[in-house]
Write a protein that binds this ligand. Structure first.
Ligand code: ZN
Length: 260
């Protein structure tokens, strides 16, 4: 049984910008009477729309999975009505050697031990500038817009008009992803895979109704910070031991920091 020991963390921060309207749906239970057919998820306190970290993480996982032929779909990740097959390793030992599960985690299956994800994706909130922009728009909704979509039922040909709420294009969200470095060689592969998934995301879609053009996003990385355990220990006195780069092309400098 492998034990887990942390060597440090990599904190990637930047901005996710919506190039088209974004719809990440809230659960139906929160629906108010007379509200939109399909509202977006909002922070319960500020009422601002946000992107749950789990939504971004789930999308990145699905994209990496598709790009990794050695990780075939093996579990049902959907519902009984709408089954969606996805990949997940059954036990810790497989997951630690799996490019998808090592980054995104796996739940144990058939008695196997679970593998907590090495990647954490924080919830994404509007940048102050975007909040100021959305505060001024006048759509009848708070910080969002709505769009009428007419879906045609392919079987009955009946129209099924719905109004969908979405975050307007141009909105920017602060993004933060934290990766636990437990093994330097694995970390190099994982960060490369994360980068691949982020690139694939830009030509895919986040949230719902991607086939209608929703959810096209651009990810700007502004800073990548490497902190070894000793950098955390030192933090009470002064920071400065940690390594900061501003571009993924400088990753070698990060690995040197962990190796030093
Ligand atoms: Zn796996």
């Amino acid at each position: 049984m492998t034990d887990r020991k942390i060597e440090g963390k990599i904190v990637i921060s930047g901005v996710l910008e919506c190039l088209t309207g974004l719809h990440i749906g809230a659960s139906k239970e929160n629906l108010e009477i007379g509200a939109l057919d399909s509202p977006v998820v909002r922070d319960p306190i500020t009422k601002q729309p946000y992107i749950p970290g789990s939504s971004l993480k789930g999308k990145l996982r699905a994209l990496l999975e598709k790009a990794t032929p050695e990780c075939p779909p093996n579990r049902n990740g959907g519902t009984r009505e709408r089954p969606v097959m996805r990949h997940e390793c059954d036990d810790f030992e497989s997951a630690v050697n799996c490019p998808v599960c090592r980054l995104f985690g796996s739940t144990g299956h058939n008695g196997g031990r679970n593998f907590p994800a090495r990647l954490r994706v924080r919830d994404l909130y509007l940048t102050p500038e975007s909040f100021a922009m959305l505060e001024k728009i006048d759509t009848g909704l708070l910080y969002t817009e709505w769009k009428f979509e007419n879906a045609l039922d392919r079987v009955t040909s009946a129209a099924n008009p719905r109004n969908l709420e979405r975050v307007p294009r141009g909105s920017r969200f602060e993004a933060c992803l934290v990766y636990d470095v437990e093994d330097l060689e694995a970390a190099k592969t994982d960060v490369d895979n994360l980068r691949l998934a982020l690139r694939l995301l830009e030509d895919d879609a986040l949230g719902g109704h991607g086939s209608r053009g929703y959810g096209q996003v651009k990810v700007e990385i502004h800073q990548i910070l490497a902190r070894k355990l000793e950098d955390y220990r030192r933090r009470e006195e002064a920071t400065g031991g940690e390594k900061v780069i501003t571009d993924l092309s400088q990753l070698d400098e990060l690995w040197e920091h962990f190796g030093s």
